[in-house]
Design a protein around this ligand. Structure first.
Ligand code: ZN
Length: 76
């Protein structure tokens, strides 16, 4: 009989998207699957499916006000 594997909760960090046309730059959530040092400053796929630049020092959820509503819902 084996113990059930512990499912590690994904580590979430905030990532900043760039302003795109009428869309303002927003903070998105990115699930870290690699060491933070590897993704710092890299463009990663966000929880909501867009690309944003990871800032590992910015924890998710971020206290910022300009936050992607989709990422907020998806990480709740
Ligand atoms: Zn998002």
């Amino acid at each position: 009989m084996s113990a059930p594997a512990l499912v590690a909760a994904p580590v979430l960090v905030a990532a900043r998207s760039r302003a795109h046309g009428p869309t303002a730059a927003l903070w998105h959530a990115v699930e870290l699957h690699r060491p933070a040092a590897e993704v710092d400053g890299a463009c990663e796929l966000t929880v909501c499916g867009s690309l944003a630049r990871v800032e590992v020092e910015q924890a998710w959820p971020t206290p910022a006000r300009d936050v992607c509503p989709s990422c907020l819902v998806l990480t709740r």
